[in-house]
Design a protein around this ligand. Structure first.
Ligand SMILES: Cc1cc2nc3c(=O)[nH]c(=O)nc-3n(C[C@H](O)[C@H](O)[C@H](O)COP(=O)(O)OP(=O)(O)OC[C@H]3O[C@@H](n4cnc5c(N)ncnc54)[C@H](O)[C@@H]3O)c2cc1C
Length: 376
């Protein structure tokens, strides 16, 4: 694994940073999405044969991090090209690839992803969204919660399970559910979150789907699911690092200038050191994110799993701390709308909770890496 960034990656980073700077925190999601699409950034991880850039999650995470650092993160990058695009590219039929990938790559189509359920939460082994066959068709029934961007997505990739899973173990199956499928309804959740993408509660009431709605093999199970979930964790790390950098940059600019005694407040170590620590934490989180992306892109799904979890953990924590310290650095101004930091306090917490919470990652490392016994 390269320990420094390649020239190609540096070039991509600075080009995306320039795009982010042009749009900034007051960005119009659609305008930014379509410009990023035209520049080829949205599908940078998808196969060239389907209009993508032929790169990997390493490149896509650079795109998201830099947009986030400019204050204009595109949350749907975590979902549409990273999870859905990856799963379809790896496990879809030729027809599904032809149908979805060119649109996901050029940004004209968008896909949401739904796994979380009200009665399962972090315990995805308990999901009850169920698919059964009716002739050649599938009938899907269940509920989902906190699903992002369903209103702007052409379809949602829904994680269900087949009815005949007798062992009770998770046997996930992935279904593409079009936005307007009969029986598929959505209700926006009133989130205390300042974001351009909304979260929804979904009801799937006997949604009839054609045979080719199933992505991948009915029995391939966890392998297929984690093909999408590892990129999601890596991309959430990119989202968090971008947001943390954005907050930190605002705080540093303020601390260089704001003077209430004889020197700018940034000269006081009580202000400078926590900002320096925040920078170090973000840099370290990025290193782990790059490792995870590299492992994933080179086909090491197992190695990527552990690294992606650790990267998401480190980035979530670094982001929360950076935002907290940035708000504090601005004193009263940290809580004004004008400086745009207070709303990040809530937004930063998303990276600690989703797509897998801090505690569930600590559980994973306790059990899988350290071999400690389970409490549940
Ligand atoms: C803004 C936002 C966007 C989201 N977008 C999507 C999306 O697009 N698609 C999607 O599928 N989901 C999405 N989610 C859902 C997200 O993945 C879940 O919120 C997350 O997995 C946690 O599940 P939960 O909210 O049910 O919490 P719970 O599982 O109820 O957990 C509550 C608390 O208990 C802790 N806890 C639970 N079990 C244990 C344990 N065994 N040991 C220690 N602690 C434990 C957790 O860490 C957490 O702190 C989104 C969430 C948010 C906030």
């Amino acid at each position: 694994m390269p320990t420094t960034e390649t020239d190609e990656h540096k070039t991509l980073r600075s080009a995306v940073a320039a795009l982010g700077k042009r749009h900034g925190p007051a960005y119009d999601r659609e305008a930014l999405w379509s410009e990023a699409a035209k520049l080829g950034y949205l599908g940078v991880n998808l196969p060239e044969a389907y209009g993508g850039g032929g790169g990997g999650i390493s490149e896509l995470s650079i795109v998201l991090e830099e947009l986030g650092a400019a204050g204009c993160p595109l949350l749907m990058l975590v979902v549409s090209p990273a999870i859905c695009g990856t799963v379809i590219a790896r496990f879809g039929t030729d027809a599904q690839k032809q149908h979805w990938l060119p649109g996901l790559a050029d940004g004209t189509r968008l896909m949401a992803f739904g796994i979380t359920e009200p009665d399962a939460g972090s315990n995805s082994h308990r999901i009850t969204t169920t698919a059964h066959r009716d002739g050649a068709d599938w009938i899907l029934t269940g509920r989902k919660v906190f699903i992002s961007g369903v209103d702007i997505a052409d379809a949602t990739l829904i994680v269900g399970r087949t009815e005949d899973a007798r062992t009770g173990r998770l046997k996930p199956c992935l279904f593409i559910v079009p936005r307007d499928a009969p029986g598929f309804t959505r209700h926006p959740i009133d989130m205390e979150l300042h974001a351009v993408e909304k979260q929804f509660e979904l009801v799937l009431d006997d949604v009839r789907l054609p045979p080719d709605a199933l992505v991948g093999d009915e029995d391939a199970g966890l392998l297929q699911l984690f093909a999408g979930l590892n990129p999601e964790r890596i991309m959430t790390a990119a989202f968090a690092i971008g947001m943390g950098r954005h907050a930190l940059a605002k705080a540093v600019a303020y601390a260089r200038d704001r003077t209430v005694w004889t020197t700018p407040i940034g000269a006081h170590q009580a202000i400078a050191h926590p900002l320096a620590q925040a920078h170090i934490d973000l840099e370290l989180a990025r290193l782990m994110m790059q490792k995870a992306a590299h492992l994933y892109d080179t086909g090491d799904d197992m190695g990527a799993g552990e690294a992606a979890n650790m990267a998401k953990y480190a980035a979530g924590e670094a982001c929360v701390k950076a935002v907290d310290q940035a708000v504090h650095t601005l004193g009263g101004n940290g809580l004004t709308r004008e400086y745009g930091l207070a709303s990040l306090i809530t937004a930063a917490r998303v990276a600690r909770i989703a797509p897998v919470s801090r505690e569930m990652i600590l559980n994973y490392v306790s059990h899988q890496t350290l071999g400690l016994p389970k409490s549940y």
